[in-house]
Write a protein that binds this ligand. Sequence first.
Ligand SMILES: Nc1ncnc2c1ncn2[C@@H]1O[C@H](COP(=O)(O)OP(=O)(O)OP(=O)(O)O)[C@@H](O)[C@H]1O
Ligand SMILES: [Mg+2]
Length: 364
Amino acid sequence: MATVTITDVWKYYGKTMAVKDLNIDVRDNEFLCLLGPSGCGKSSTLRMIAGLEFISSGDIYFGDVRVNDVPPKDRDIAMVFENYALYPHKTVFENLANPLKFQKMNRADITERVEWAAEMLQISELLQRKPVELSGGQKQRTAIGRAIVREPKVFLFDEPIAHLDAKLRSHMRGELKHLQRRLETTTIYVTHDQLEGMTMADRIAVMHEGVLQQLGTPGDIYNHPVNEFVAGFVGEPPMNFLDCRIERVGDSVSLVNDNIKLVLGGDQVRRLEEKSAAGEVRLGIRPDDLSVEMGRDHGFAIDAKIFVTEPLGGDMLVDAELGKDRVTVKRKIAEMGQPGEPCGISLNIEKLHVFDRESGEAIF
Ligand SMILES: Nc1ncnc2c1ncn2[C@@H]1O[C@H](COP(=O)(O)OP(=O)(O)OP(=O)(O)O)[C@@H](O)[C@H]1O
Ligand SMILES: [Mg+2]
């Protein structure tokens, strides 16, 4: 069983707090992604799991075994970093064979293992080349190959594809996910790229300033973010946020500002009441949950003006101005629309998110 349990873990570098009271249970065979912006404590967490960094307080378990004091080489892990170092004077074959030689595996078994990994990573034809003769993506796969030949208990990846170009990154996302499912090895994968988390992970742990914000499936995180930070970090283009106030007239409850008035449904009103929300809030709505129509006779609830349109090929991003606010709408429309032209906006009320203005916590 290769579960990894992080219990009440803190990390300080001198006075700098990098990780605060972290609790995460990584399940057997799970692909767990640590996601968050630069400096949020992802690498510190991964390095504590690897045993490369002292744990200031708290415990880390592999299965039932507390590993705080177990040296890295005895943890049965394999790591791949962004700046992986291949041995420059060794061939790809020798680079892959090296960890197995350390394990004193016999020659025939080493060859078999290296060939198996090379085939899986589609680098079989490159085995006799030196790293200098490889492309970035081929070097990357060699580094991953060196990690997987050993069949470790746990894979630890720290931004392993961050420096590749967009096309190769997209290819490698698919390959890594496929590989992890095929090898069925517990994997902890650090990235600041929400798309990597969303596409590859079974569950995502979103971190911010050393604090775990939310742990859930990509669907949970996207559809039910627990606070404004998570809502804004996950999703591209990001969620739109608008300051509003709650207005009650008779039985009807609305979100209102200078440009909009949205009458809320019964469930939404109940959630506001459960959380005793009143007064000022933040409305959140994803670009996919807005519609736009060009022209003055739009028939939509909200009058707006085109700020800019950005064609993406199939879809179009329309940035529209609602008074002093601006929202991004993602739509399939043929018309470009010129800056300053009038348009209408409508919101899918069921997809609204509302956050406490002060704490940022989700009300719904
Ligand atoms: N060796 C160190 N000494 C002092 N402070 C450090 C050290 N390593 C990291 N930090 C600090 O700890 C915090 C967390 O750093 P960490 O490297 O874990 O972030 P990260 O989430 O991996 O960021 P990035 O996406 O930029 O790699 C940051 O404020 C960083 O400046
Ligand atoms: Mg890092």
